[in-house]
Design a protein around this ligand. Structure first.
Ligand code: UGY
Length: 282
């Protein structure tokens, strides 16, 4: 990693090649694209915190032990203190680490950014989660995540909003197994990681843009978002602000913040997006 940082010109020239040689989503935790002349500038950060949105960039991450987890460091990137009804955090699992359960009535979604973990539920059924795998654990669903070596997971949790006669189930999958969905009037590629049915009160979208592609709708909507840019770079408009963004960046979008994205650079942009759905906003 050090060698990579100290060779900015060759990194730049071989960017598309070196990205191909690195594991999927490698740039999320290795944000070497950050402009070198700004990287060491004392006090400089691209992070921004405003009433209706936030941009949290990797140089601002602060990790501390995750309460009740074993050998795991966490960085909470979005919490209700910002106005969200969910939390989004990075869990860095280390050698012989283990998760703790979320609080009562809180559902959980895990997405693997780095490494491998084993997810075991109360029936003893285990799944190996690799990079790009994900799992949804309903509220009050007994489970445990274990890691022998190291892994990074992006985690979303929220208090489940019950509706009568609908019970969500554990879901385990991977992005590449999900079908592309119709996006009328838009050019980006869309996959949804959870069923679109009523038991689920949020979904996680994976959105892909080729360089030069952008959102057609300048969206303003009641839903809130937590976004992790998994690949690529571009410009995110939030309200009246236009932010250069790159893989590894997190964005909080409050309800009704005007939002728009354009992908730039030479490689695909891919982002993961929490979105509350299927519930009356009243
Ligand atoms: N900012 C976004 O990408 N929003 C999504 N298109 C969405 O709300 O589904």
């Amino acid at each position: 990693e050090e060698g990579f940082c100290s060779a900015p010109t060759s990194e730049h020239k071989t960017d598309s090649n070196s990205q191909q040689q690195q594991p999927l989503y490698w740039k999320v935790m290795n944000p070497t694209l950050s402009p070198l002349h700004l990287q060491d500038l004392p006090g400089f950060t691209r992070s921004v915190y405003k009433r209706d949105h936030a941009l949290i960039t990797p140089e601002s991450h602060v990790f501390s032990p995750l309460p009740e987890w074993v050998n795991t460091l966490g960085a909470y990137l979005i919490t209700p203190a910002m106005g969200s009804h969910f939390v989004m955090y990075l869990a860095k699992m280390q050698v012989h680490s283990r998760s703790a359960l979320p609080p009562q009535d809180v559902e959980r979604f895990l997405f693997m950014v780095e490494g491998t973990v084993a997810l075991t539920n109360v029936s003893g059924i285990s799944h190996r989660l690799l990079v790009d795998s994900y799992a949804y654990l309903p509220a009050n669903f007994d489970h445990s995540v274990k890691c022998d070596t190291s892994a990074t997971i992006v985690v979303f949790e929220r208090r489940y909003v019950n509706v009568q006669n609908h019970i969500p189930e554990q879901i385990v999958g991977s992005t590449d197994m999900q079908p592309l969905l119709e996006t009328p009037g838009e050019v980006f590629e869309l996959r949804k990681l959870l069923p679109m049915s009523a038991p689920y009160d949020f979904n996680i979208h994976i959105m892909d843009f080729q360089p030069g592609e952008y959102l057609n709708v300048k969206e303003v909507h009641y839903n809130q978002h937590g976004l992790l840019l998994l690949e690529g770079q571009g410009i995110y408009r939030l309200g009246d602000n236009w932010y250069p963004v790159q893989a590894g960046d997190t964005i909080w979008m409050a309800p009704f913040v005007p939002q728009w994205y354009a992908a730039l650079g030479k490689t695909r942009s891919r982002y993961l997006l929490y979105k509350d759905v299927n519930r009356n906003p009243l």
